[in-house]
Design a protein around this ligand. Structure first.
Ligand SMILES: C[S@@+](CC[C@H](N)C(=O)[O-])C[C@H]1O[C@@H](n2cnc3c(N)ncnc32)[C@H](O)[C@@H]1O
Length: 221
């Protein structure tokens, strides 16, 4: 397949930031993460511009996120979605999400947020038991990779028809391409299998984009 033009992602991201600077709170979170030992876990700003725009286009009222960290993706969504939107956020780390809470308060979006601090699979099952079937408009999965298929299966009933599930890191820095190796990490094996299976999954219409470390979008048919 011929690619017509190859973009330098860093040059592109800096250009976008220059002509359309991020909200100051998002810039603060990004700057904070630059000095955080795990700061590289933050979603890519260009990915979040697309996801927040898309969620807004879809009139998202109910947003679910698995993997909050210090709050970049949730703040990007919270700032973009309307006042009556509700963000249901899942993480296991008190220390990461305490930092996120601080940014949500500064952004004035904390009133839209419900944080569930326990393994996400427990929260997903509890939400279904709580009657949240076909409820969410938009879901972002950006957490541990080993349970990815369980996350999808447990999210599926919670999402409305036409709703979107976005999954980050599906390119695994290019490692999904090429030979399978014996020492491939469990995450890489899971993502490689996921990428192959999801395109055949008739429950979804899917697209995989070269944004950040690979972004897959699934629309529930
Ligand atoms: C890649 S980071 C999320 C980055 C975030 N979306 C952002 O833009 O900053 C992954 C997060 O998943 C959380 N996590 C890991 N295992 C989890 C689990 N079993 N359930 C819920 N969250 C989990 C981690 O604590 C971490 O905060």
């Amino acid at each position: 397949m011929t690619v017509h033009y190859q973009i330098d992602n860093e040059v592109f991201a800096n250009y976008i930031e220059k002509i359309n600077p991020s909200d100051p709170i998002l810039a603060d979170i990004a700057a904070y993460n630059e000095h955080h030992p795990k700061g590289g876990m933050m979603m890519d700003p260009v990915q979040m511009q697309l996801l927040a725009w898309l969620a807004n286009l879809m009139n998202t009222k109910y947003y679910l996120e698995i993997g909050v960290f210090t709050g970049y993706s949730s703040t990007a969504m919270g700032l973009r979605l309307p006042d009556d939107a509700q963000l249901y956020l899942c993480d296991i780390s008190v220390s990461y999400t305490d930092i996120a809470r601080n940014f949500w308060q500064k952004a004035g979006i904390d009133n839209k947020i419900q944080l569930y601090l326990q393994p996400a699979l427990i929260t997903l099952r509890a939400l279904l038991e709580d009657g949240k079937k076909d409820f969410f408009d938009f879901v972002l999965i950006d957490a541990d990779k080993a349970p990815l298929v369980d996350y999808i299966e447990n999210t599926y009933p919670l999402v409305r028809q036409g709703g979107v599930i976005a999954i980050d890191n599906t390119y695994q820095k290019g490692k999904v391409v090429g030979q399978v190796k014996e020492d491939d990490s469990a995450s890489l094996q899971v993502i490689r299998r996921f990428n192959q299976d999801i395109v055949k999954d008739s429950r979804f219409s899917s697209v995989m984009l070269p944004l950040g470390d690979g972004l897959t979008l699934l629309m529930k048919k």
